[in-house]
Ligand binder design. Structure first.
Ligand code: COA
Length: 140
């Protein structure tokens, strides 16, 4: 597996990977599956268009994962990190985070505390900075 900066030809693969990558998101409770998929895909497309954001892809014979980061104040923030379901658990997510750290001075992410994402960032050396227990209120 190798990691390199995003090329325009990777766009299709990134959209494929983004579709359905966050089934745990509340969006799938408040929207149809198609609407929720479209929101995440729109987000990925916006990141790819944004000249300030950076995306790196992991590839073998095909693109198997990617990470997109965006500048946020004095820092960089991980906006999206997705590994193809068929290739998870092989260290690709951790390798993508580590590669990104080489290109940034200060990198952070906001994620749920007990998620696979959080475990991946911890494995790549991230430490918990702030933990706010936020109660979301609403009527679904
Ligand atoms: C999060 C994600 C990118 C991790 O990718 P990955 O290539 O599987 O990550 P790694 O193989 O480097 O695993 C990192 C750690 O995550 C945890 N992990 C990985 N797969 C797991 C699984 N199926 N169940 C539980 N924990 C798991 C483990 O702690 C693992 O470390 P370990 O191998 O030392 O035990 C991938 O699961 C994914 O794309 N998820 C959907 C999108 C998402 O949630 N992105 C993060 C948003 S913040």
């Amino acid at each position: 597996m190798k990691i390199r900066p995003f090329k325009p030809n990777d766009r299709k693969a990134i959209i494929r990977l983004t579709k359905g990558a966050f089934p745990q998101s509340y969006l799938y409770k408040v929207c149809t599956k198609k609407q929720a998929d479209d929101i995440f895909i729109h987000w990925a497309k916006e990141l790819l268009k944004d000249p300030k954001s950076k995306t790196f892809v992991a590839y073998q014979s095909e693109v198997v994962g990617f990470i997109s980061i965006s500048p946020f104040k004095k820092y960089w923030r991980v906006a999206l990190l997705i590994v193809d379901e068929r290739y998870r658990g092989q260290g690709i997510g951790t390798a993508l985070v580590r590669e990104t750290q080489k290109h940034t001075r200060a990198l952070f992410v906001k994620t749920q505390k007990d998620s696979v994402g959080a475990k991946t960032y911890e494995k790549a050396g991230f430490e918990l900075i702030i933990y706010n227990a936020i109660y979301k209120w609403g009527k679904l």
